[in-house]
Design a protein around this ligand. Structure first.
Ligand SMILES: [Zn+2]
Length: 212
């Protein structure tokens, strides 16, 4: 569902560009709105959310999909935690569809899917590991890194129930926006994947904006 936002970038209290292949970790407070902006188009933003006060409570794809009765995320989707509580609600979306089934790229999956020599390529899982190692103050450990949201990524489900990674439906300046219902830690890997079309074979920067 396409819904544009009325929030103006010049009123944002926080703006950060995440370079191609880089990562971000930070807190969005209850009542704040987070926008993830696909600056150049066709860029997957692999994202995890945690309760900032107890990071054992985290985004749950299973609870979110079950409760909304739909596989894709878009405006109106309520992003639920592993405790069934609301983390954030998607309030605006100019892309129209986001994936939460495909998972994140990792050294292991790159090896299995593509080639043994892809083992050392940069991956989202390595990005997340780097972020939590650099920022132990959030209390997030390796075991907390689980299934995620792939904002802007196109993983259509076929009539037969199959999943494929397809060329993106996002485009330059498309964005998704969400209102935090509790204080959340946001952990983003700006996906560096080069072996499938999730980034159009050309990883590019994204921008994160926050409004009070
Ligand atoms: Zn990735």
């Amino acid at each position: 569902m396409i819904i544009a936002s009325t929030l103006r970038p010049e009123n944002a209290v926080h703006r950060t560009t995440v370079d191609a292949g880089d990562h971000f970790i930070g807190i969005v407070k209850a009542g704040q709105t987070l926008r993830i902006r696909d600056l150049e188009g066709n860029q997957a933003a692999d994202t995890l959310f945690f309760n900032a006060h107890d990071t054992a409570e985290r985004y749950s794809a299973m609870d979110t999909v079950r409760e909304q009765g739909a596989l894709y995320l878009t405006a109106g989707s309520r992003l639920l935690s592993s405790e069934g509580r609301l983390l954030l609600t998607i309030t605006a979306d100019t892309c129209g569809r986001h994936d939460t089934l495909g998972g994140a790229c990792a050294s292991e999956s790159n090896t299995v899917r593509y080639d043994l020599e892809k083992r050392h390529m940069h991956s989202c899982r390595d990005n997340w590991m780097q972020a939590i190692a650099d920022h132990p103050e959030y209390g997030i450990t390796k075991r907390d890194i689980t299934h995620n949201i792939n904002f802007f990524m196109n993983v259509p489900v076929t009539a037969e129930g199959g999943l494929t990674f397809e060329d993106g439906i996002s485009a330059p300046d498309k964005y998704v926006e969400m209102l935090a219902a509790m204080d959340v830690v946001v952990l983003v890997s700006n996906c560096p994947q080069l072996n499938n079309p999730c980034n159009g074979y050309n990883p590019t920067p994204i921008e994160l904006l926050v409004w009070d």
